[in-house]
Design a binder for this molecule. Structure first.
Ligand code: ZN
Length: 47
């Protein structure tokens, strides 16, 4: 049986599930990948 249980919902790899990304110059910005939800269940169609 599958005993390995990963997070129920996929976590956005871009923001690590935080919903925002840290800018190098300082401050933070809403993650453009997940839109601030921190989840990657809704993946935008790859262009
Ligand atoms: Zn994200």
């Amino acid at each position: 049986m599958n005993a390995v249980t990963q997070s129920a919902s996929k976590t956005c790899s871009l923001c690590s599930g935080k919903g925002y990304i840290q800018l190098l110059l300082g401050g933070s910005e809403t993650c453009p990948s997940c839109g601030g939800t921190g989840k990657a269940d809704r993946s935008f169609s790859s262009r």
